[in-house]
Design a binder for this molecule. Structure first.
Ligand code: ZN
Length: 139
């Protein structure tokens, strides 16, 4: 089947306040911010911090009905998803669907305009998995 994912692209962490978390992750641990962005359609502000070849992604809700506000209400702050870097997201999504793994809402545009898809935690051992395709690396 070949290696379809080469690294963990990022780990998503649900937080109430990104600024508050930067006091540890940026100011003490010394991680550098690579991107801050508002994803209005998902009701989220996201902040990426580089750590080696991977990143941390802080997810802060900017609307009450974002998926992350529900997560925070139910479970509090913490790890929200793990994102795998894939070369060909369409192929991986197709294989998941064929094999009975639940793809949450198909391929969509995520942060930095990258194509992303999510696998439902019920079919992955309790982990929300994000697939990320780096379209820039492809061109
Ligand atoms: Zn993510």
């Amino acid at each position: 089947m070949g290696l379809n994912t080469k690294k963990i692209d990022h780990i998503g962490i649900a937080v109430k306040s990104i600024d508050d978390k930067l006091r540890l992750y940026r100011d003490i641990l010394g991680l550098k911010i690579s991107n801050v962005e508002e994803l209005k359609d998902r009701g989220l502000k996201v902040c990426f911090l580089n750590i080696g070849d991977s990143k941390l992604e802080f997810l802060e809700p900017i609307s009450d009905n974002s998926e992350v506000s529900k997560f925070l209400e139910k479970r509090g702050e913490g790890v929200h998803h793990i994102a795998f870097y894939v070369d060909d997201i369409e192929k991986v999504v197709k294989n998941c669907e064929k094999s009975g793994f639940k793809v949450v809402s198909g391929i969509e545009r995520g942060a930095e305009g990258k194509r992303v898809a999510f696998l439902h935690p019920k079919s992955t051992g309790g982990v929300l998995i994000e697939l990320v395709e780096d379209n820039e690396a492809k061109e």
